[in-house]
Design a protein around this ligand. Structure first.
Ligand code: UDP
Ligand code: MN
Length: 317
């Protein structure tokens, strides 16, 4: 190996850096920039231009209205949808001042069936999913989410349904338990490929972030992090899209009245490692008060009983 003087190496490296910067800055640099970007990102991973988002109802009337809205053919006779939906647009504009009247939103989504269900009218969906939203007393957020989520899921050419799980009464809100209820109730309807647990106040900003399962659980809101202790403990890997793709807009809100943090939460979290296998889905106990097929979602109201207490500590020795 010839020995290079460090100064020569440094000069060569600086020259290369200067050339690269010049190329990127030049007029023909667009192609070079795209080439470099392509080296580091995959097609569905961007780059995305969030400064020019498009209307969230783009590509829907052309693709779907011509089918006569609700009169759908039996999917069995249709050929499978393309692997990548041709209807996708990427970044969409989130209108937090958009329509909040459910009948207006319903009119904008004539191809959504009772219960908030949908199947692509012209091809057989490759994936099915249920979106489960734990909810109480956030009607404004719910309307804004439905306004954006329905067109996005339709452009993804999914077979899907939206379930709102309402906690009855005014006990402390228990999101995790409502998610378990939602899983059970959605699976009673259909063997969904995938169930997505969705906060009511997180609006997706990119329709290429697909509501399709990878192997195991998937955390869609990559740019909006929280943790899933139980999932990690079960030895599963949570997949998540890149922060370029998994962008969500969070609706700002005040703390809900009457939703004091569970005073047992630290004890409960500390015990998760010990008890996660023993409690949860297998000990789920609730009373279903109603199940209604509304135009934009299936509403399930449940009495989940009194607030959870941490199980008594077992005495050692
Ligand atoms: N939620 C609700 N009503 C409540 C509290 C929570 O519907 O009174 C649901 C709703 O889906 C919300 C999610 O639980 O998006 C998470 O609660 P919150 O928004 O209060 O949590 P944070 O904003 O702190 O993430
Ligand atoms: Mn919130």
């Amino acid at each position: 190996m010839p020995r290079w003087h460090p100064a020569i190496l440094l000069a060569l490296a600086s020259l290369q850096l200067a050339c690269t910067l010049l190329l990127l800055a030049s007029e023909q640099g667009g192609r070079a920039r795209r080439f470099l970007a392509a080296l580091f990102t995959s097609e569905e991973d961007g780059p995305f231009d969030y400064s020019h988002p498009v209307d969230v109802y783009t590509n829907l009337s052309a693709g779907l209205e011509s089918m006569g809205g609700k009169s759908m053919r039996d999917p069995v006779f249709l050929s499978p949808c393309p692997v990548v939906s041709p209807l996708l647009v990427g970044p969409i504009s989130v209108q937090l001042s958009g329509p909040v009247n459910l009948s207006i939103i319903s009119r904008r989504n004539p191809w959504v069936l009772l219960g908030g269900r949908h199947s692509p009218p012209r091809c057989r969906a490759r994936h099915s999913c249920a979106v489960v939203i734990p909810h109480r007393n956030r009607e404004l957020h719910l309307a804004l989410l439905l306004y954006h989520l329905h067109p996005i899921l339709q452009r993804q050419q999914l077979h899907y349904a939206i379930y709102i799980i309402q906690q009855a009464g005014n006990q402390t809100f228990n999101r995790a338990k409502l998610m378990n209820v939602g899983f059970k109730e959605a699976m009673r309807d259909e063997e969904w490929d995938c169930i997505f647990f969705h906060d009511v106040d997180l609006i997706p900003e990119n329709d290429r972030n697909l509501y399709v399962c990878a192997d195991g659980p998937k955390h869609m809101a990559a740019a909006m992090d929280k943790f899933g202790y139980k999932v990690l403990l079960a030895g599963m890997k949570i997949s998540r899209p890149s922060i370029r793709l998994g962008r969500y807009k969070m609706i700002k809100h005040k703390h809900d009245a009457g939703n004091a943090a569970n005073p047992n939460r630290f004890t409960m979290l500390a015990q998760t490692r010990r008890i996660w296998r023993l409690e949860g889905m297998n000990t789920l106990n609730y009373r279903r008060l109603s199940r209604e097929q509304l135009p934009l979602y299936t509403n399930i109201t449940v009495d989940i009983g009194p607030s959870e207490k941490a199980p008594a500590r077992r005495l050692h020795g």
